[in-house]
Design a protein around this ligand. Structure first.
Ligand code: IVH
Length: 673
């Protein structure tokens, strides 16, 4: 391909990818499958690799990340990033309005109301239509350059229509993680036995400062833009600026409203008080802005915040109570979670006695002391959390919370890994809650699915010395169970039948049930599908493991460690002897892998290296595609190997069929080889 041809192709691919990206992320529509989208992206990536001087800073390939930032550069904001004054009731709002009226000397004015998004402030600079810099707020004057990470946010335009925008301008907005994404990450963490993330805001903030932008890309951050700043903006009101931002394809939350009076503002406040909980992200109030930019200039700012805007904070659904004690829970992986034990208090219809404190950093951040008056809130999470301490109500000689240095359950000295917020009890094999936690993990629905056992039964079995590891379950006798408190003939039989039935669970469930650190349900599926048998997995080298798609160093190390531990190996052997399945069955392997190729017809031709031609055809069918013998107008893809006949290739080209290599095919379907 000549430079000129490549340039044209890059241009058309970019336009097409941007169009699909916009359709998908901004309009919730899609015209093509993920597979096809990935293929377009791959084609563009390959072209840019071949013609590096044709790659542009606003290429959609930037969205997948890959840049490693060792240290974020400090940058100075062209316009300071101020904060907002807060109001908490209609009276304070009225005072704000009076101050505005007075300073504007009875000139007429209107307001513009928006929700106050609870995320991380960001400033984006566009020059000649292209995003050139993204920066955090920092101290308001100087922030960190996080351009590479910001570019992974799919809804953020990497370039805008130059003819409609000023030559240089900045936009400000709020980067956030939707509750949905946040909950998904936490569910995965829970499954992997990792400590949970505290809230979407902190997670978004931490994600923006990650060094590897390809990991940022996978965390699906999003961003609402709420203002435009610059010296010569082609607009006279904030409302016009918002319309211009929308026209330039920025993602603006459609929740704004122009308000002519305090009464209208109060209506906006009450309209959103409940409704805001249906938005994809947390909001903690509203922002009221004077609409005219000339009047904004006239009102000016103090050193900290503008006089033309104010925040109105909704009352958090919280309550105040006293902290009686902090206790520490030890989970299956040994992670220690501090829990606040509270004087019971009524909150959103339920009595709250306990609240999560997450980790030692959180206790430090709150500067928590026993006997403190604390605020508890119920967020999206089920367990309420302590959000603040009221220092004015603190007793003079109150005692700080001393984080224990020994496990509260087994007295083993706790360890804290470099850079991690969480303390762990390293006594994996002897610490009672870790043992019971592992058995609970083992019997859960997505693992061995033994629903005839609950955590109370596990506790009894453990305390009686009958079950100290999952394998012990399989040697329980009728008498063992019958003698437990609350068990009669039928319940004993049910329990034993449940255990017996679990032996039919497929290998992937067994692998997940073993509770290997970082091997969650999805990873277990991948490993089972790739290695097929436990024996193969045991024999796998570090290189074999990291060679499997999506299996990283951390997982590989953890798997290796598991299989070098004599006691775990013995446990596995006992489970094998009990009759559990340690091999993936043929028919399970034949299962539908995905529907990535649904409705697509593919032709396979030539000689391949990783797979045989028949294997490739099999894979296509497993992913929902159809295999055809010859290229025709109905062919969507030609998977082209070595030495294929030129006539087939020519025909495919003349019919505009997508021609992909074996390598492309493997990558696009995320196949493991
Ligand atoms: S306008 C001078 N609009 O609130 C500041 N800010 O305390 C003008 N925020 O750092 C900001 N939603 O991160 C504005 N609709 C909104 C907002 C908003 C959230 C955040 C922003 C800012 C902080 C101010």
């Amino acid at each position: 391909m000549t430079q000129e041809e490549a340039k044209n192709k890059i241009g058309s691919l970019t336009a097409e990818i941007n169009r699909h990206n916009h359709l998908y992320y901004m309009e919730n529509k899609s015209e093509i499958s993920d597979f096809e989208f990935d293929r377009l992206m791959k084609e563009l990536q390959d072209l840019e690799a071949e013609f590096p001087d044709l790659a542009t800073p606003d290429s959609p390939t930037q969205r997948v990340g890959g840049t490693i930032t060792k240290e974020f550069e400090t940058v100075t904001h062209a316009f300071p990033m101020l904060s907002l004054g807060n109001t908490y009731n209609p009276e304070e709002l009225e005072e704000f309005d009076k101050r505005v009226a007075k300073q504007l000397e009875d000139e007429p004015y209107t307001y513009f109301c928006e929700l106050k998004f609870d995320g991380v402030a960001i400033s984006l600079t566009y020059e000649n239509g292209v995003l050139t810099r993204a920066a955090t707020r920092g101290d308001g004057t100087r922030g960190d350059d996080i351009t590479a990470n910001a570019k992974t946010i799919r809804t953020l335009p990497l370039s805008v229509d130059k003819s409609k925008a000023p030559a240089r301008f900045e936009v400000r907005g709020e980067v956030y993680m939707s509750r949905e994404v946040f909950n998904r990450i936490n569910r995965e963490k829970e499954e992997n036995g990792e400590a949970l993330l505290a809230n979407p805001r902190n997670t978004a903030s931490g994600t923006l400062k990650m060094q590897d932008s390809s990991i940022v890309a996978k965390r699906h951050l999003d961003c609402y833009i709420y203002s435009m700043v610059g010296d010569d903006l082609p607009v006279e009101t904030h409302e016009e600026a918002i319309k211009l931002l929308e026209e330039l394809n920025f993602k603006v939350s459609p929740t704004y409203r122009k308000c002519g009076s305090l009464k209208e503002i109060e209506k906006y406040i009450s309209d959103w008080e409940e409704e805001r909980h249906n938005l994809p992200l947390d909001t903690d109030g509203i922002v009221i802005k004077v609409n005219s930019l000339a009047q904004q200039r006239e009102l000016g700012s103090t050193a900290k915040s503008p006089r033309w805007a104010i925040a109105y904070k909704y009352q958090a659904e919280g309550a105040q109570t006293t902290l009686k004690e902090v206790t520490y829970q030890v989970g299956r992986t040994g992670a220690v979670t501090p829990v606040a034990n509270l004087e019971p208090v009524l909150l959103a219809g339920t009595t709250v006695k306990r609240a999560s404190l997450y980790n030692a950093n959180e206790i430090e951040r709150l500067d928590l002391r026993i006997g403190d008056t604390v605020s508890v809130e119920k967020g999206g999470e089920i367990i309420p959390k302590v959000t603040a301490v009221d220092p004015t109500k603190r007793e003079a000689n109150s005692q700080p919370v001393n984080y224990p240095d020994k496990c509260p359950e087994c007295e083993t000295p706790l360890v804290r890994k470099e850079g991690e917020a969480v303390h762990y009890c390293p006594n994996t094999k002897g610490c009672p809650p870790q043992i019971k936690g592992r058995i609970e993990h083992f019997i859960q629905r997505r693992a061995m699915d033994i629903n005839s056992i609950g955590s109370r039964t596990i506790a009894m079995l453990y305390e009686k010395g009958l079950v100290k590891s999952p394998a012990d379950l399989y040697s329980l006798s009728y008498d063992d169970v019958y003698e437990l408190e609350g068990f009669k003939d039928q319940s004993t039989k049910n329990l034993l039948e449940g255990i017996e039935a679990s032996k039919a669970q497929p290998f992937r469930n067994v692998l997940f049930a073993l509770g290997i650190r970082y091997v969650g349900r999805t990873v277990a599926e991948k490993l089972a599908a790739h290695f097929k048998t436990l024996e193969n997995l045991k024999q796998a080298s570090y290189e074999d493991l990291v060679g499997v798609h999506e299996i990283g160093e951390r997982i590989a190390e953890s798997v290796m460690e598991f299989f070098t531990d004599e006691e775990w190996l013995e446990e596995v052997q006992r489970l094998q002897e009990a009759g559990l399945r340690f091999e993936e069955e043929e028919e399970e392997q034949q299962e539908q892998a995905s529907d990535s190729l649904a409705g697509k017809t593919l032709v396979v031709s030539g000689v391949f290296t990783a797979f045989s031609r028949d294997e490739l055809k099999d894979i296509i069918r497993k992913h929902g595609g159809k295999v055809a013998g010859s290229v025709s107008g109905k062919t969507d893809y030609l998977v082209a190997g070595e030495n294929m006949g030129p006539s087939k290739l020519d025909k495919a080209r003349s019919l505009n069929v997508n021609i992909i290599s074996e390598k492309d095919f493997i990558e696009l379907l995320d196949l493991t080889i």
